[in-house]
Design a protein around this ligand. Structure first.
Ligand code: ME8
Length: 506
């Protein structure tokens, strides 16, 4: 199967915060999982640069927008690197190849007759880079940024979105899983049913952006420019190769609920108008909240994800992303809750189990793992449905449910150690074979867990396998009882998640 996954491309008017890390990590977990299953994957992230708010920040710093973007983009490139995201390409909307593609794309819609000229009057929120109708506002202010939008009147080019209502509804009928979770599908669908108004695809009097190909006095509206990245990237991500035939429309978009309409309504309509197929699927996740408000660059309640990684390590932050809330719903993030999960779940449940198991193999078996699988053992039964259960959840982007499913096994393995008490059995020399069997099952359970967790905890998974003397074989077929390799020289493993005395102050 081919699996192409995107994150939103982030605005470069500020630096990354934990909300952006949330999406990028969530996407990477899904993509790594698909790679383990042998799918041919392509994973895209990047930056959205032609926003008015970017031009504004640049001006405040006395820089030309491009120079400003060239500097700050390094902070955004560091985001996937530091969270160990395995993106295949990092797109910038200021890439010349992207800009040329945007022009061709718009020209196609223009030539097809779905773009016309008109005068726009409306309220524009620069924070959202979007127009609002008065009814959308709360006390005259943007519901997200709580700022008063600007009144704008200008000659613009409009996209005939209204002509696409029936086609979009037909798409929603034909692809009932076009948008996940289901409540977001319903939300998008009722928005379409409510009637669609044409929207402006250009801005006048703004030098920062991609020029409208038939009227250089205007630039392409930043959202149109941005959405097209998902397609343009395929044409130049690998020099000399066009990935479009392989990966379009095998694309899945991961995004936050704030940008649902752009992706679920505008984007498929633009694609249809330009003669492209629509994406396979959208997955919409919720907000991470702090003090019950969305973490936002404009509001200022940000947590620096890189600082958290410095303290807790990248795997702990990745784990937290999947655990903090049911993926798809809002959740409250805090350093305290990250700290608690680090200690209890990673440190106690998983880390201690690895330490104890390796220590017992060293002590009672001279560091040697004997191959004594028993197809009727409790651990065999426990792990038998795991591969399919996790994969089924991952297929619907349920990174939270899939992780919980693995954690059920981790907790059961902990129960198994306590109940079988190998340290007691080892006191009786006549029961040496039983000790071998218990430790085989623990090691095998941990090997299976490590492979199943590799998408979440890439470094930890490798460390667990190495501690058990196992090869780094992460193919999904390895999530199966009885595949443990013989090993000797196993030593007690160093703690995987050492105690951290002071929680990070963020
Ligand atoms: O909207 N909780 O860029 P952006 C969860 N450039 N996710 C969050 C979050 C939070 N508190 N804050 C941000 C844009 N995100 C456009 C996108 S795509 C063609 C153009 C994540 O920098 C989430 O994925 O404002 C959200 O959708 C995205 O960052 C918005 O990033």
């Amino acid at each position: 199967m081919r699996f192409y996954l995107t994150t939103p491309i982030y605005y470069v008017n500020s630096t990354p915060h934990i909300g952006h890390a949330y999406t990028t990590i969530g996407a990477d977990i899904v993509v790594r999982h698909h790679r383990q299953r042998g799918d041919e994957t392509f994973f895209l992230t990047g930056t959205d640069e032609h926003a008015s708010k970017v031009a504004r920040v640049a001006a405040e710093q006395g820089l030309a927008p491009q120079d400003y973007a060239d500097q700050i983009v390094e902070k955004w490139r560091a985001l996937p690197e530091r969270v160990e995201a395995t993106n295949d390409f990092f797109i910038r909307t200021s890439d010349p190849e992207h800009k040329a593609f945007v022009q061709q794309f718009l020209q196609r819609i223009y030539d097809n007759g779905d773009i016309y000229e008109d005068v726009y009057r409306g309220l524009y929120c620069v924070g959202c880079e979007a127009f609002y109708s008065p009814a959308d506002l709360i006390d005259g202010r943007c519901p997200i940024h709580e700022t008063v939008p600007e009144e704008i009147e200008e000659k613009n080019y409009f996209f005939r979105l209204s002509a696409y209502q029936d086609k979009l509804l037909a798409l929603y009928d034909a692809q009932p899983e076009f948008v996940l979770p289901r409540f977001r599908y319903n939300e998008a669908r009722s928005f379409i049913e409510g009637g669609l108004t044409d929207f402006s695809v250009s801005r006048a009097g703004q030098p920062w952006g991609v020029a409208i190909p038939w009227d250089e006095s205007q630039v392409v509206y930043v959202w149109v420019d941005a959405l097209i990245n998902y397609l343009s990237a395929l044409t130049y991500a690998r020099p000399g190769e066009d990935l479009e035939p392989a990966f379009w429309p095998e694309v899945r978009h991961l995004l936050g609920k704030d940008i649902l309409r752009f992706h679920a309504v505008f984007w498929p309509a633009l694609l249809l108008a330009a003669g492209y197929e629509v994406p396979r699927q959208l997955f919409v996740h919720g907000y991470l909240l702090i003090d019950d408000r969305k973490i936002s660059k404009s509001i200022g309640n940000v947590i620096d994800p890189l600082e958290l990684i410095d303290v807790y390590g990248v795997d702990a932050v990745r784990f937290y992303v999947a655990r903090v809330a049911q993926f798809g719903h809002d959740g409250s993030a805090s350093v305290d809750s990250l700290h608690e999960r680090y200690e209890n779940e990673l440190g106690n449940d998983l880390g201690n189990l690895v330490s104890r198991t390796t220590a017992m193999i060293a002590r009672y078996c001279g560091g040697t793992l004997s191959l004594v699988p028993r197809p009727d053992s409790r651990v065999a039964a426990l792990t038998a449905p795991l591969a399919d259960d996790v994969a089924a959840r991952m297929d619907v982007f349920d990174i939270t449910g899939a992780l919980e499913r693995v954690w059920e096994v981790v907790r059961e393995l902990n129960r198994y150690v306590v109940e079988r008490a190998p340290w007691q059995v080892a006191k009786d020399e006549s029961r040496a074979a039983e000790v071998d069997e218990i430790l085989y099952d623990l090691a095998e359970g941990l090997r299976i867990v490590a492979v199943a967790l590799a998408a979440y905890l890439p470094t930890t998974a490798e460390r667990i396998l190495a501690a058990l003397g196992q090869p780094t074989e992460l193919d999904w077929s390895q999530v199966r009882y009885g595949l443990l390799s013989a090993a000797d020289g196993i030593d007690p493993a160093a703690p995987l998640f050492p105690r951290i005395e002071t929680p990070a102050s963020a």
